[in-house]
Unconditional design. Structure first.
Length: 221
């Protein structure tokens, strides 16, 4: 009997560990399950009853996938304000996000699931389909809402800085050294040592960009 109780508790604990993903609809209102994929404008999550539900970025605040947070943020695309999911890299006085994580839309095995048709998740054979701006397709069904717009170049990870209270987030073009220095000096203010280091930096990449944001935020705590 003791062995059975131990096995039951172990299985229960393991199930909770497995379903660490979650969709945050609003404060205190969230759905737990297993994230099955995202195309940055919508996200699909499989709930405990094996039902897959798709949420649009405009309708939720964020989702957590494999311990990483993707926040819904507004961005102007083709002169129109839309919402997309941005991966949260660093938060604090200044926030750093990335867009276009190459691992997000990778192929995945086709699960045997039930689907709520009201969310338009198609079923077919194969893995994930759907591109930036379109609905997620579980299986080989056709792409819905095949919008070619994206918040950044396809196949490339873009980075964005946000300093709450100073306007919308801005893209950081790592290919333009002077442009990166300009935006960092505008956002990371009142830190002379950091400013001198930024001015002396000969090239920027994701690693040292993140390091500068972290250093600035830690100094503001």
């Amino acid at each position: 009997m003791k062995a059975f109780k131990f096995l039951f508790l172990f299985l229960l604990f393991s199930a909770r560990l497995f379903a660490q993903d979650a969709v945050l609809i609003s404060e205190g209102n969230f759905v737990r399950g297993v994230i099955k994929g995202t195309n940055f404008s919508s996200v699909a999550i499989m709930q405990d009853d094996q039902t897959i539900v798709e949420y649009q970025a405009k309708d939720i605040q964020s989702f957590v996938w494999n311990g990483e947070t993707y926040a819904s943020k507004p961005i102007v695309m083709k002169k129109k304000m839309e919402f997309r999911f941005f991966k949260v890299i660093e938060t604090g006085t200044v926030n750093l996000y990335s867009y276009g994580d190459k691992g997000v839309v990778a192929q995945a095995p086709q699960p045997k699931v039930k689907v709520r048709p009201t969310f338009g998740v198609g079923i077919g054979s194969g893995g994930f389909g759907g591109g930036i701006g379109g609905g997620i397709t579980i299986g080989g069904g056709g792409r819905r809402n095949d919008d070619q717009g994206s918040a950044g170049p396809k196949g490339k990870i873009s980075y964005f800085l946000e300093k709450p209270g100073t306007g919308p987030m801005q893209e950081v073009n790592l290919d333009n050294n002077n442009a990166v220095k300009t935006i960092l000096l505008q956002k990371l203010t009142n830190d002379e040592d950091l400013a001198e280091s930024i001015k002396a930096t000969e090239s920027f990449d994701a690693k040292n960009l993140t390091a500068y944001i972290k250093a600035y935020n830690s100094g503001k705590k």
